[in-house]
Write a protein of this length. Structure first.
Length: 115
């Protein structure tokens, strides 16, 4: 049971990044998926959510219209497309699933938005 993240890095304000989350050991299509982020000195916060078959998504107000969560159940992959990035989006980003009552997190990916 593993979530492995990729993507992230340093980008200028207004730029874009895509984060990926690869799942293994799960029946992926049965799981809701969330992306969280944690900035230095702040609590981890929910950024985006997507339901099992992708029919429902929800976003934090701070990222609505800029971020898009998606999934490919055939590939056991989830994605977070981040556009129009702002310095306040700088954080470590995590994907998360809950399976059989247990919470699983990806390893975290640093996103830094700076000129």
């Amino acid at each position: 049971v593993l979530l492995v993240q990729s993507g992230g890095g340093l980008v200028q304000p207004g730029g874009s990044l895509r984060l990926s989350c690869a799942a293994s050991g799960f029946t992926f299509s049965r799981l809701d998926i969330s992306w969280y982020r944690q900035a230095p000195g702040k609590e981890r916060e929910l950024v985006a959510f997507i339901s099992k078959v992708g029919g429902y998504t929800n976003y934090a107000d701070s990222v609505k219209g800029r971020f898009t969560i998606s999934r490919d159940n055939a590939k056991n992959m989830a994605y977070l497309q981040m556009n129009s990035l702002k310095p306040e989006d700088t954080a470590v980003y995590y994907c998360k699933v809950v399976s059989a009552g247990l919470v699983y997190w990806g390893q975290g990916t640093q996103v830094t938005v700076s000129s």
